[in-house]
Design a protein. Structure first.
Length: 331
């Protein structure tokens, strides 16, 4: 009941205000105001008017090995003369989003100033105008570009970041950077102090597959990069175990003495990336017994030495790691 009383009171108050405002005099005034506005608008759009619009400017053809000392004009102001109706339509629907100034082949090796006449864009602007329109002026009339040539140097890209591999995964190859070197441009005295370019730090934990990503180069004050990103690939693959029988090779033995070991061969077991499994063979592993071990001490069993020059072999071990020996003199 209370809510109905509240809304009823609001309704009555609105009706009272409307009744006071919506009088005969108020309606008459509103009609004449609308008619006067329409008459003014018809007069305005039927006469020649000036319209000034700002058109954004984009620049292309600026070489990386040149530096521009002044701020380039972000837009040009164009004053157009035409009927008000045409100008109104052009302002809302016809004007270009931007103009492009091509500076290709305008930069000279020793630096200098380019004075670009904006009137060269006249045809491009006229193509967007009504046929009856005329361009009255440009501001600015010329775009000044003060520039100088920079020194150039090619520098290697250096990574700074961290990664980790999931258990039983390894790097299948070295980490690659594309491009591995980049061109940089700057004052000669600055470039002389640079030995490399850093990629921004990255963190790639617990990797289980080949991972490729892009990384920005760390900016260097007053130095321009030919490109600002590099692609980094971390090649990852799962490992598997492989075993093979390896003969024992005697080393440092004097002439006339033959070594016999028990057993005569050992089993070498190691981890290898799945892609390199078939590439590893017995020639990649060297198991040896050194005669100097016998000279050092007399034992029932002597330790063996094992090594490999194949970088794909990991966690190499042999069984047994010690053998019994028998030395025989040649007749």
């Amino acid at each position: 009941m209370g809510k109905l009383t509240f809304f009823t009171a609001i309704k009555k108050a609105v009706e009272k205000v409307t009744a006071k405002l919506w009088t005969k005099n108020a309606v008459t005034f509103l009609i004449f105001f609308i008619l006067a506005t329409l008459f003014w608008l018809m007069q305005a759009i039927g006469t020649k008017k000036d319209l000034t619009i700002d058109i954004p400017v984009k620049y292309k053809g600026i070489p990386n090995n040149f530096i521009i000392y002044n701020d380039l004009a972000p837009h040009i102001s164009v004053t157009i003369k035409d009927d008000g109706r045409e100008l109104l339509s052009y302002y809302w629907f016809g004007r270009p989003d931007s103009l492009v100034i091509d500076l290709s082949d305008k930069f000279k090796p020793n630096g200098g100033t380019i004075s670009f006449p904006v009137k060269q864009l006249r045809n491009e602007i006229y193509a967007t105008l009504p046929k009856s329109a005329q361009i009255s002026s440009f501001i600015p009339e010329f775009i000044q570009i003060n520039y100088d040539q920079l020194a150039e140097k090619t520098l290697p890209v250096q990574l700074q970041g961290s990664y980790s591999l999931a258990p039983q995964y390894i790097l299948s190859d070295s980490i690659s950077i594309i491009p591995a070197k980049v061109k940089v441009f700057g004052a000669q005295i600055v470039l002389d102090s640079l030995t490399h370019v850093n990629a921004k730090p990255f963190d790639k934990p617990n990797l289980t597959s080949n991972t490729t990503f892009s990384e920005n180069l760390e900016p260097i004050n007053t130095v321009v990069f030919e490109q600002e990103k590099v692609d980094i690939t971390i090649p990852v693959e799962i490992t598997t175990e492989k075993s093979m029988e390896i003969s024992i090779t005697p080393i440092n033995f004097p002439k006339g003495i033959t070594l016999r070991t028990f057993p005569a061969t050992v089993t070498a077991t190691f981890s290898v990336g799945i892609s390199k499994f078939s590439n590893v063979n017995a020639k990649d592993i060297f198991v040896s017994f050194d005669y100097n071990e016998i000279i050092k001490k007399s034992c029932i069993k002597y330790p063996l030495q094992v090594n490999s020059t194949n970088p794909d072999i990991r966690n190499l071990r042999i069984s047994p790691s010690e053998v019994e020996t028998l030395l025989e003199k040649d007749e």
